[in-house]
Design a binder for this molecule. Sequence first.
Ligand code: IMP
Length: 455
Amino acid sequence: MPNTIVVGLQWGDEGKAKILDELVQEAKQINNKRIWVVRFQGGPNAGHTMYIPMPDGKLIRFVAHAAPSGLTSNSEIGIGPNVAFDPERFIKEVEEARSVFGYSAGIHISERTGILFDYHRKLDAWQESLRTGDSKIGTTGSGIGPFYMDNANRATRITFAEYVSDNFHDILSKVLEQKSYELVAARISSLVTGKYIDELIAVHDPIRKELRKCACELEYRLREALEKGENIILEGAQGSMLDIDMGTNPDQTSSHLLATDPLGGLGLPRKAFRIYGVEKLYPTRVGEGVMPTLAEDDFGIETQRNAGEAGATTGRKRRVGYPDWVIVKYAAMINDIDGIYLTRADNVQDKNIKVCTAYDANGKRTEKVPSKLETVNPIYSNKIYRWHLWDGPSDLSKPEEVDKALHDKRAAYVKGGCESLPKDLKEYIVDHERYIKNPIIGMSIGPARGEIVKL
Ligand code: IMP
């Protein structure tokens, strides 16, 4: 059953795009029916990074913020109704994919999807500037909070159907009128002169023309695809710990991002999908908010540097932590996952790795995640894991520059499968499965397409 939902099990940046791409390649082996890759939440705060091999053997780095990662595999791409859709960014990414990969498949955007505009980004920056101390969120500045506020406010939401309609100019001006107090307070001052509306229209009119043909009733289109046995892959963004309800307030994003959400948002049945969680071997966090296993020692510093842990959207350094299985177990539960893909085990070879298996919460041991993480301290298991995969560069921060010899070493593990992995890594996998009570079904061993060991 190739229909899959992919979600992150930590604070985002787990390597979901690579796994999504892998699932597309797998679906291609199973049948030759159409493949759909559909974004169901979030917006350009995501930075889905992929390293795609070109015919000359070189790896090309491609980052999808607003568009689904299926752009790199010539899949049908879809945008669901809960997405913060940024047409400016989207169109740029599609154009880039057309020129680099010859992208030519269909683009399907739900008429119900809301549009993210320049004023959302400006309001995001303004709101963040008003926050002090603990209330600072460290947003990506992509306009996500103000967008979802407008969405929930209903009358200030502009849907994709309205965006591509002939009434767009009127609708935009009515919405801006409703928002005028806020926009003036935020000193988007040109609005007062009306010039700002003209600027928005000038940017969006050519994009609207280009995207008009993509508007559809996505829920019906996907249901038909399902009935025809086509392959649907639903692409989650961010990570479960940033979910608006199930993450930790206020250091979270503004969308619902669990695997059960697209089923409602797109009207799809749970029974037709496998749900896979993606977990990076070590968690990372960008922006504000507590990460209980934060590693301020050599492990954290070196991993941040050698793995190039910096935000694909903002370039900010990501904080690195030791593996936190309490978080992963919680995320596995709330997403009802069927299996886990583990990423980045190669980035921490030759390092002593300890694992958090419980928290001390006000003097009491617990394996549960509380709604606030400020008060917990990690309790690590007694075991230290350490594995060696290959002799070679420790700096893997620029995957497109990594040489063929290393690619061959990775390929040997892919071929050799689980049995070929170092003893400690195998033990790590077994202990992890026992604790989380969910299988690790694949382990990424490198950044490029195909570099995954099936377990
Ligand atoms: P926002 O989604 O831009 O409002 O940011 C809210 C919080 O979520 C901030 O801490 C961001 O750093 C974090 N965040 C949002 N998107 C991502 C992502 O794709 N990866 C990792 N962190 C993210």
